[in-house]
Design a protein. Structure first.
Lengths: 45, 422
């Protein structure tokens, strides 16, 4: 069982590193005003 | 092996053929046809007790052979016992192997243990609350008087229905030290918990599911719980280093102040162009002054100057205060943060569309500070939560398990369920 848990931990740490590197913020899920979304660029010339 | 010891004779009561599976060892046998108790110490086959019980079926038939612990055993005797209170019932199968002697397979609430008699002298009494045996502490769990309720098969001692022994069970799961005392002797036995599947596999029988928690049932996550906690702590340290290393360097890339005046309150504003060298998050820290009993909504659009990308968010700044019943109160804040996640690299500017509440003649100043590579501590704390969820669960479940185990005992120590037995 320990090895499965260790694998789970490795996956979690990898996910943490990936999320940070990609600029994701977990806390945004709980803050509707802090959530952004991608949209078409109406300002692009 | 065991088959070489078989001897048959005719029951002196009913004449049926009785097989002695451990001839030379057995001194008592029960006729399988009429349940008469027969003295088999010699070939006179004297009747000890005439049939007063019906023949009962057992989970493991008499004569069944099975391998437990690498040794082939044959079930030759069966005893049903009950506690004098009538609350607890259990069964004991006598197993025999001509080279290894006798063992007991004990079943209670469909939990199974394999027991052997301890032949060496152990200085204990029936009233000890703890026993140290082989360097291991055993705590008392039951202490009562057991009555033989039913017997079947053959035995190497004199046994009959109604026999009584004082007994005490001491546990150090998965082991249990049992002490039985009658007028002649004190008998100590050590039993080890077995899974029903092991019994099923060994004897080729089908057993009902276990009920409740056995006194010596190993607790869940036994032996791995401390390792799981160790892995969790190590992961925490690694996660901290990874979090610091993967977040990059936080940097303010733009600071702009907009003046929102009554005559241009619906006008859009734009910051200067700033560069994001890699995919990152972007924090917009907004503040408004003066903002007294007022609000302003800001529609924020992060616009790429080099691609077709745009990211939209909104930010509401509001601040109210006053006095009521002699007490001051306030609500909201004049500043707050909004985040854009996973913004692609490139040149960007922030376009702001303000929607203020009421504006005075001097308007309102809105200051926006744009920061990239904000360290997202919520990511770290979410990871910590997920890392420790399982170890915490193992500990809580273990505590609950021990609580339920000791519910069945009159001797529950207060400290049970603590971290003592991995």
């Amino acid at each position: 069982m320990t090895k499965y848990y260790a694998a789970y931990c490795i996956a979690l740490v990898s996910l943490l590193g990936y999320a940070n590197a990609q600029g994701y913020i977990f806390g945004n899920i709980f803050d509707s005003q802090s959530s952004s979304h991608q949209s078409a660029n109406h300002y692009h010339k | 092996m065991a088959g070489k010891q078989v001897k048959t004779f005719n029951c002196p009561a009913c004449g049926g053929v009785v097989s002695l599976l451990a001839a030379g060892h057995s001194v008592t046998a029960i006729c399988t046809h009429c349940s008469t108790l027969i003295d088999t110490a010699n070939e006179n086959y004297r009747i000890i007790l005439k049939n007063r019980q019906s023949v009962r079926e057992t989970d493991i038939p008499m004569g069944a052979k099975g391998v437990l612990g690498g040794i082939k055993w044959e079930a030759i005797g069966y005893v049903e016992k009950k506690d004098i209170s009538g609350e607890y019932f259990w069964e004991e199968y006598l197993l025999f192997n001509p080279y290894y002697g006798f063992r007991f397979l004990v079943q209670g609430d469909d939990h199974w243990s394999l027991a052997r008699i301890i032949k060496r002298d152990v200085p204990v009494t029936l009233f000890d609350n703890t026993i140290i045996f082989d360097g291991q502490q055993f705590d008392v769990f039951y202490r009562s008087t057991a009555t033989v309720d039913y017997v079947k098969g053959e035995f190497y001692w004199r046994i009959r229905k109604g026999d009584q022994d004082k007994y005490a069970d001491y546990i150090a799961p998965p082991r249990m030290l049992s002490m039985e005392m009658n007028q002649q002797e004190i008998t100590l036995s050590m039993s080890e918990y077995l899974l029903p599947e092991e019994i099923e596999q060994a004897f080729g029988v089908s057993l009902p599911p276990r009920r409740g928690i056995a006194p010596n049932q190993p607790p869940p996550f036994s032996g791995v719980r401390h390792k799981i906690w160790a892995v969790a702590v190590c992961t925490l340290l690694v996660a901290f280093v990874v979090h610091l290393g993967s977040s990059g360097r936080q940097e303010v890339v733009n600071t702009t102040i907009f003046h929102v005046m009554p005559d241009n309150s619906s006008k859009s504003f734009s910051t200067g162009v700033f560069f994001l060298p890699k995919r990152t998050n972007v924090e917009v820290h907004g503040s408004a002054t003066p903002l007294q009993n007022n609000w302003v909504d800001l529609d924020l659009t992060l616009v790429s100057d080099t691609s077709n990308n745009a990211y939209e968010a909104s930010q509401s700044l509001e601040y109210y205060y006053g006095q009521e019943d002699g007490e001051y109160w306030s609500e909201g804040n004049t500043e707050r943060e909004t985040y854009f996640e996973s913004v692609e690299p490139g040149n960007y500017r922030l376009v702001v569309e303000p929607a203020p509440g009421q504006l005075g003649p001097d308007g309102m100043n809105v200051m926006l500070a744009v920061t990239r590579n904000v360290r997202a501590w919520s990511n770290f704390w979410a990871a910590v939560l997920l890392i420790f969820a399982f170890p915490v669960y193992t500990s809580l479940y273990r505590r609950y398990f021990e609580y339920k185990r000791w519910e069945n005992s009159d001797y529950a120590p207060n400290s049970k369920g603590n971290d003592s037995d991995d």
